[in-house]
Design a protein around this ligand. Structure first.
Ligand code: SAM
Length: 287
């Protein structure tokens, strides 16, 4: 069953949380010259026109990235400003979006490609045939490879990698409940093969609380240095269905990531809504 399409949600508050966190991780990794392998296990289409019927149906970007893009938002935090400057670069050349409206929202393949240097490698997995076809239409650097296959299995098969450093994003659609457990098992396998890998995992917080399976399995896995952050859009329990918060786990987070994100989110949360809140803590410390 593959019915999820990210185009309905692109640029929402969860994408803002996920992609600012990813941007901050990549920004830190780029401080050293040593080569990095990036693996994006669930890539999606890569780029989302915000006037497409899918984006227009739910207009989730209006409650996410558009709140930050408006001139009146006037962000001062360095990470937020850098992220918005990168976002401006992601716009098609024909659009004057750095001064005007944001016309497109870039997905994780773009954020990784933006950071990609000649010595690095990027592998993007996407299983949905239609989404993979759209991804194939994106202009990406020559060292970015697109693979139409299961991302968790693809990640396992690629370990250990040839480069000294590895950075992975795991961002499933969680259409099956078993995916939470499968993600935890794949992460444990990854860390066993690449102890210093930086692994970022996105998860939704839903009233059913399925994300607890992932958090509990990782806590019990013996992996240390698991940092957790959550961007809460509305208090849990106020609606019987739908995502109320976005969660990110980062294993082996770069030094200072927590402070940078805390500062960025302090500025962003009031813009994202009155009930918007940010929380972060170590799920598992250094051990
Ligand atoms: N990472 C993307 C971004 O940040 O722009 C969004 C990814 S979206 C949440 C999840 C994607 O995973 C969907 O495009 C879906 O088709 C794809 N997918 C679902 N199951 C998959 C699997 N087993 N392996 C690879 N991709 C899968």
């Amino acid at each position: 069953m593959l019915s999820y399409q990210h185009a309905y949600h692109a640029g929402n508050f969860a994408d803002v949380h996920k992609h600012i966190t990813l941007y901050a991780i990549l920004d830190h990794l780029l401080r050293k010259k040593t080569a990095i392998t990036y693996i994006d296990t669930h890539a999606g289409r890569g780029h989302y026109p915000l006037d497409a019927p899918e984006s227009q149906r739910l207009k989730e970007h209006q409650g996410g990235v558009i709140k930050l893009w408006q001139p009146k938002a006037r962000l001062h935090d360095e990470l937020n400003r850098d992220w918005l400057a990168a976002l401006a670069l992601s716009q098609p050349a024909t659009s004057k979006s750095s001064q005007g409206a944001l016309t497109h929202y870039p997905g994780s393949p773009w954020w990784f490609s933006h950071a990609l240097r000649a010595q690095d490698a990027l592998t993007l997995f996407e299983l949905h045939p239609g989404e993979h076809r759209h991804l194939g239409e994106q202009r990406l650097p020559a060292n970015a490879k697109r693979i139409h296959a299961d991302g968790l299995e693809g990640l396992r098969k690629r370990l250990p990698v040839a480069t000294p450093r590895l950075c992975v994003l795991i961002d499933p659609s969680y259409e099956r409940k078993s995916e939470y457990q499968e993600v935890a098992e794949t992460v444990a396998f990854t860390l066993a093969k690449a102890r210093h890998a930086v692994v970022a995992i996105w998860y939704p917080l839903l009233p059913a609380g399925h994300h607890r399976t992932l958090l509990e399995a990782l806590t019990a896995s013996g992996i240390s240095k698991i940092w957790r952050s959550e961007l809460i859009q509305r208090p849990p329990g106020t609606q019987s269905h739908g995502m109320y918060a976005s969660g990110m786990l980062v294993i082996n987070p770069p030094w200072g990531l927590d402070e940078r994100l805390a500062s960025a989110m302090t500025e962003l949360t009031p813009l994202l809504g009155d009930a918007s809140r940010y929380e972060a803590e170590w799920l598992v410390g250094e051990g």
